[in-house]
Design a protein around this ligand. Sequence first.
Ligand code: 57M
Length: 358
Amino acid sequence: MFYHLLYPLSQDYGALNIFRYITFRSSVSFLIATLVSIWWGKYFILFMKRKQFGQVVRDDGPESHLKKAGTPTMGGLFILGSILVALLISGNFFSIPLLITIGVTFSFFLLGFLDDYLKVLKKNTDGISAKGKLLWQFSTAIGASLLMTHYDIVDTFLYLPFMKGPVIDLGGFYHLFVAIVIVGSSNAVNLTDGLDGLAIGPIITSAASLGIMTYVAGHREISGYLFIPYIESAGELTIFAAAIIGAGVGFLWYNSYPAQIFMGDVGSLSLGGTLGTIAVLTKNEVLFVIIGGIFVTEAVSVILQVVSYKTRKKRVFKMAPIHHHFELMGWPEPKVIVRFWIISIFLAIFAIATLKMR
Ligand code: 57M
């Protein structure tokens, strides 16, 4: 809004020229998303409690989780709502990368909402079938990928950390590759969201790291200096990343241990898809494996556990995802959470450092 309404007036009022700057609009986006989510969260939790829309906790999980039954969930509704408010104020909706990212976020938001609605409001613990979820996610991701190449936002080349130029042209496989990154990210965040604050912490660090990637990728001089691909108007995604950080901090105000609210699939599936899309739009698909290392580790632990159990009837971990393994090893929940946060902060900063190592 501000960008579209106020910036054109900067011809007459020079001070309004400030709305041109990505750094300024990103700061505004962060501040608004933080304040809106802290304010909105308070009333959302009261509403969910009054309606008794609480989490159904499976009895096959760690003993310590049974007391969490009834905790309000679907907090993703006010996380994404706060992000939308911040974008409406600070975003430039003429940016195609921004519109594509909003499209993926909204589609995964709808999927997560439907799943939560069935599970929480209709008490149908299965929700949408795994096949149905994957079909929805892959359709959205491939659609987004086709738009990215149709509008020449990105090329079909693969870029690796530490390497100056592209390493290989993926050609037609590029769309499947993009879909695996976006769908994989969405489901990995979903699996990670199993302890208080465990998912939102790495979401914040990933958004911060990716936010810097979008800023430099959208800056012609800096991208050239760092030998990274220049992506027209990728800087508008910095404002989106700043909103995710702000809304994430506001959500963490209530989701920190002991959680008063969970984000629900509506939050984990959408935010995971958003981070994957931003990684693709800045040609950081492989670097994102480092940035989102906690999400990757959680997903890989499930794959290892399921494959091992199916083939050898033996478990690799006491329980998957890996955060449950540490719980069953006797680590108190807050210790698991904060140690995972520490690792995700390290990975986010290491990824930023690789920008100079090319
Ligand atoms: C997503 N959802 C949490 C909450 C959150 C194939 C298998 C690995 C699938 C996996 C699974 O069901 N994953 C679903 C994880 C759930 O959180 C809800 O879901 C939303 C996120 N999608 O927003 O609404 C529970 O997590 C706890 N929680 C918190 N604090 C938070 O801030 O404490 C969530 C957020 C909540 C709450 O207890 O109820 C979840 O864990 O289901 N399955 C599993 O993760 C299960 N692991 C498992 O079955 N392992 C097996 C094999 C199949 C790998 C094994 O190791 O042998 C674990 N989860 C549960 N029970 N609930 C263990 C069993």
